[in-house]
Design a protein around this ligand. Structure first.
Ligand code: GDP
Ligand code: MG
Length: 177
């Protein structure tokens, strides 16, 4: 890498998948804009947000895609997955059914993206400890069995949100550099 040759740019596409209302849109708005919306309805409008981080002195851009509510029909289009090099598969720790759907979302991801995609299992809403319905151990063991990274997050109180995205971005960077 030549000195003074300017900043080397990387652009990675990351997709967020998982059942309706697990907090996908709020994870993205927390990460990209440090915003949380307690009343968010199905996402409308914005397809993706871009965040930049520095790794090894390089500028790495992550283009993070959010569904527009199609996940209600348990399927998002192949265009959504096209070119993705990372994925967050999100469930809600207070709703077991959303954890039971993870296998379905992993199958979708496998169908539509290539095998090297960096995958993070995310148990969101960890602020709802009092109504927890999925143990940390269950999350961990599923992640281990499927070869995924794992993290519990809260888009509400910000726990691990940046960390989850940044770990995926770092992993993709490691894969390509
Ligand atoms: P999406 O359908 O997966 O995009 O989910 P949304 O981001 O629209 O969130 C669905 C609902 O869950 C909204 O009412 C959010 O305010 C709420 N929510 C999202 N993340 C969290 C979280 O970390 N903790 C709590 N307590 N609520 C959350
Ligand atoms: Mg949404």
């Amino acid at each position: 890498d030549d000195e003074g040759g300017g900043v080397e740019d990387y652009l990675f596409k990351i997709v967020i998948i998982g059942d309706s209302a697990v907090g996908k849109s709020n994870l993205l708005s927390r990460y990209a804009r440090n915003e949380f919306n307690p009343h968010s309805k199905a996402t409308i409008g914005v397809e993706f947000q871009t965040q930049t981080m520095e790794i090894d002195g390089k500028e790495v851009k992550a283009q993070i895609w959010d569904t527009a509510g199609q996940e209600r029909f348990r399927a998002v289009t192949s265009a959504y997955y096209r070119g993705a090099s990372g994925a967050l598969i999100v469930y809600d720790i207070s709703r077991r059914t959303t954890f039971d759907s993870v296998g379905h979302w992993l199958d979708e991801l496998k169908t539509h993206s290539d095998a090297t995609v960096a995958r993070m299992l995310v148990g969101n809403k960890c602020d709802l400890e009092n109504i927890r319905d999925v143990s940390v151990e269950d999350g961990k063991s599923l992640a281990e069995a499927e070869g995924l990274f794992f993290m519990e997050t809260s888009a509400l109180d910000s726990t691990n949100v940046n960390k989850a995205f940044e770990e995926v971005i770092r992993e993709i960077y490691t894969n390509v550099s």
